[in-house]
Each structure stands twice: as structure tokens, then as C-alpha cells.
Design a protein around this ligand. Structure first.
Ligand code: ATP
Ligand code: MG
Length: 394
């Protein structure tokens, strides 16, 4: 057992002792078998939520209607595990979320509702792997295959189409032909899926080592047609413009580079359709804008910030440009301030000197900022106040 599992063993043992079947399930078992880093250890049990809560002193209801209870272990409370009751899902009348979930006592039922064979393992406290759908063979053959009939599974929940390409990208697996066929024939159902959930999967796809593979599946399955204003030509270009081994350093960088391949789009308007946060839109817009500049200077490094400039440097290098990364850092080091708030003279100081509050004052403050950014003025009170009185004749 990997150490992440060993640490969680007390949770399994307590539930087992109380007479409930309990297993590690889902992605963590897959990643353990692949020797990959384990993110979250998910635990499934035959105990109903109320029974789980009765066994552990510290729990939080995080999704009790879905059967999930967060169990807090250890002194720090930093250690916590999602414990979910075995469940089935049924009646996906809208091709997305199940209309209701039923708690069941049978592990098989729980594993059957899972999307792909390699996501449908369970692992007991003794380390025994329960593999009902030949997932171990698929794991060995690096194959992503739907549990059961692929068509039914995508019909139930079309998000699984996006998840398939996301896992193909993350695991470097090929998609099994029947599964792929079903992705193609059901791609249109993606229009029924909330854009936020699609964003999460596409974003994970882009951040995966095998993002090119994932995007190729997006193209070949035809699924791209059902994402807001995706452009085939742009997507194909996206696959070729960056150096072979390039990995995105942030989500914003990935989206900025992708959208830069699309013709004549406004990043802001485009991303609104994806219902992402304003902060994310700001980050992508900044990268897009900064990428259009030829060379950094004090003003642009100040405006965008070193981190954004470095992401742009990284992007340009991937496009084959020669980049002097040191120069960017040196410019940043020459900046006296990195934010307006660091200017030692405030509006109130100017008012005390006799200036009127209003737009003129704002303009003055902006000029002071510019002079400090360009190192024409020193960010020292006496210096600035002296300069102002000379310039304005006060
Ligand atoms: P990651 O490492 O990215 O978290 P994961 O396999 O844990 O990968 P999650 O999205 O966290 O993926 O889902 C956890 C598990 O729940 C999956 O492994 C799968 O068994 C099941 N699952 C999640 N979403 C679906 C879905 N839409 N349809 C069927 N099963 C799903
Ligand atoms: Mg997970």
C-alpha cells in the first residue's frame, strides 16, 4: 500500500470493525497502481452517512445528499478523508446529473456507475484490488474504456466525453475504439452539459502532460463543435505552434495561448461564454496583451507584474523566439515600486499642500506614479514634495 493509503487505514479499519465494507476507490487506486502521485484518497463504504457520522467523532457534511461525509482524523484536522456511501445513480433524464442517487450496501453497484474501467477499482485495507471490469488489463495496455456500454454511459452523462479526453491526456492512454465511437456519436449531447463542468475537464486536459493527445481527441471526436465558438483551424494551429515538449505553466497561460490561435476573437467576450471568474479573465487578458509587446521595459513589467511577464517569456520561447529571462528579472529589480500603494506620497498630502480634490489630482498622482516607475523620481517624501512644489510653482 502507498503511504497515502497507510495513513488512511484507521478510517477503513474503524468502519470494517463496525461491520461495514470499506474500500479505497476511484482515481486514487488507479494512480497508486500506476505509481503516480495520489491527490485525494477517496473512500467508499457500505455504511450510510448517519452510520459514518456515528462512528467518527469529527465529521463535516459536505455532500450528504450524495452520501459524502468528510472525516477529520488526527490532531491537526488537516488530515481528512471523503467517505462516500456505496451508491447507484439513475434516471439521467437531462443527460447530465442523475435525478437521484440511491445508497446501496453492494460495492458492485457503486463500481458499475463509474465512468472508465481504470476509474472503477476498489482496494481493500489488505491491499487486495477489486477489478470487476478488467481495468487491470486496460491499465497494462494503456487503454481507456467505458464501464459497460459506452453509448449508454455517454447518454447518461455526456460530461464523460470530456473526461475521456482528459484522462487520455493525463494518463497517455489510447481510447478504446467502441468508447471512441460512442464519444463521436454522442458528442452533440455536450450542449446539454453546464459550461462550468466542461471548463473544469478541458482545463485539466490542457494542464496534463499529454495535452496534445487530448486535443487531438477533441478534434477527431468532433466534440470541439459543441464547445462555445471553438475553431477547427485555430485548434489545429494550436497543436503546432509550440515547441514539442512544452507544458503550460498555468491555466491562464494555457487558455491565453489557445485563444491566441483563434481568429479575431475578443478574449473577454469569449471567456464570458465559459462563465469563468473575472479574475481568470483578467489573467488571460493580461497575458494576451503582454504577449503583443516586443520588449519589456520598466513600465510594462510594472503594469503586468513579473510573474505574468515570465509566463509570456516562457510562451515566446516555446514559439521559438530567443528570450533573455535574466533581463526580465533585472528590470523588475530596478523597479522602486510594484504597486500604487507603495508610493509614499498620497492624495491627502497633495490636498494639504493646497491642491483641490478631483480629476486634476488624480492626474497628478498618475504622473507621480509614472515618474517613479520610470526611475525619474525617487520614491521619497521630501523628494517628491519638493519636485511637486517646483513644477507647480507652489
Ligand atoms: P483526478 O486525479 O483528476 O481527481 P479522479 O479519477 O479522482 O481523477 P474525479 O473527477 O475526482 O476523478 O472523480 C473521482 C471518481 O469518481 C472517478 O475516478 C470515477 O470513478 C468517478 N466519477 C467521477 N465523475 C464521474 C462521472 N461523470 N461519471 C461516472 N463516474 C464518475
Ligand atoms: Mg479525484
Amino acid at each position: 500500500l502507498p503511504e497515502e493509503f497507510v495513513r488512511a487505514l484507521p478510517v477503513l479499519e474503524k468502519l470494517n470493525l463496525a461491520g461495514f465494507e470499506t474500500y479505497f476507490v476511484g482515481g486514487c487506486v488507479r494512480d497508486a497502481l500506476l505509481g503516480r502521485a495520489i491527490h485525494d484518497v477517496d473512500i467508499a463504504t457500505s455504511a450510510y452517512p448517519a452510520e459514518v457520522k456515528a462512528i467518527f467523532p469529527k465529521t463535516i457534511d459536505i455532500g450528504i445528499e450524495h452520501g459524502t461525509v468528510l472525516v477529520l482524523m488526527g490532531k491537526s484536522e488537516a488530515e481528512h478523508y471523503e467517505v462516500t456511501t456505496f451508491r447507484t445513480e439513475s434516471d439521467y433524464t437531462d443527460y447530465r446529473r442523475p435525478d437521484h442517487v440511491d445508497f446501496v450496501r453492494d460495492l458492485r453497484e457503486d463500481l458499475r456507475r463509474r465512468d472508465f474501467t481504470v476509474n472503477a477499482f476498489a482496494c481493500g485495507a489488505d491491499g487486495e484490488i477489486i477489478d470487476l471490469f478488467d481495468g487491470l488489463q486496460d491499465l497494462q495496455d494503456k487503454r481507456l474504456r467505458a464501464v459497460g456500454l459506452a453509448e449508454e454511459r455517454f447518454n447518461e452523462d455526456a460530461l464523460r466525453i470530456m473526461r475521456a479526453m482528459r484522462f487520455a491526456a493525463a494518463l497517455g492512454f489510447e481510447i478504446e475504439p467502441m468508447t471512441f465511437q460512442a464519444m463521436m456519436s454522442h458528442a452533440e449531447l455536450l450542449m446539454k452539459i453546464s459550461i462550468e463542468r466542461i471548463f473544469v475537464e478541458l482545463d485539466k486536459l490542457l494542464r496534463a502532460d499529454g495535452w496534445r493527445k487530448g486535443l487531438s481527441v477533441l478534434i477527431e471526436s468532433g466534440a470541439w463543435q459543441y464547445l462555445p465558438d471553438f475553431e477547427l483551424a485555430g485548434l489545429k494551429k494550436f497543436l503546432t505552434v509550440l515547441s514539442k515538449t512544452f507544458q503550460f505553466k498555468s491555466s491562464a497561460q494555457a487558455w491565453a495561448i489557445m485563444l491566441a490561435q483563434f481568429d479575431n476573437i475578443s478574449v473577454k467576450k469569449y471567456l464570458r461564454k465559459w462563465k469563468v471568474s473575472n479574475e481568470f479573465i483578467r489573467d488571460v487578458t493580461a497575458l494576451t496583451e503582454a504577449h503583443q509587446l516586443d520588449k519589456w521595459d520598466l513600465a510594462s513589467v510594472y503594469k503586468f507584474g513579473l510573474a505574468t511577464c515570465q509566463l509570456v517569456d516562457d510562451w515566446k520561447m516555446a514559439e521559438g523566439l530567443k528570450i533573455d529571462f535574466d533581463r526580465t528579472v533585472k528590470i523588475d529589480e530596478r523597479l522602486q515600486i510594484h504597486d500604487k500603494s507603495e508610493i509614499v506620497v498620497k492624495g491627502s498630502d497633495l490636498i494639504k499642500m493646497g491642491f483641490q480634490a478631483g480629476p486634476e489630482l488624480g492626474k497628478m498622482l498618475a504622473e507621480i506614479e509614472e515618474k517613479i516607475v520610470n526611475n525619474e523620481w525617487i520614491n521619497k517624501r521630501e523628494f517628491i514634495l519638493e519636485k511637486i512644489s517646483t513644477v507647480s510653482g507652489i
